[in-house]
Ligand binder design. Sequence first.
Ligand code: SF4
Ligand code: SF4
Length: 131
Amino acid sequence: MPQSADVVQSSECRQCCAFCDRVLLPSGCIESRCPYLYLYDDERNGRRYMGCLNKVFKVEIDVELFREAERTRHGYGGVKLSGTPIARCRTAVERAYYGGGDAFECVNPSFFVAPEAEESAAADFDLRNGL
Ligand code: SF4
Ligand code: SF4
């Protein structure tokens, strides 16, 4: 299924030559014991996969490969966002290209602010909470 324009807009920035993507870090799903994280065993190959019921990410991740990667210095890293993250999701911005000069000068610094952090801050100020 194609991604909605909103999700693409909030997960990609192409305003300079750095080409940044916001990705979801599955390590956060496990650490936060997110109830939307599911696991299933594939009887055909005997492997265990994990995925997101909320479809914040669409790929199903091989749990063994994930754990192996997490033991390395760089960890497993991120997967492409396919939905809008909620407050408990852990995201990061990955930059595709590095270079000097105006062509690589960031003109969209707000892209580095996690949308889930904004959502959380907005919720803190929601007056309905006090009613
Ligand atoms: S909702 Fe967020 S934290 Fe929970 S499983 Fe999905 S991506 Fe991970
Ligand atoms: S460095 Fe800034 S302007 Fe350039 S692609 Fe990344 S977020 Fe966008």
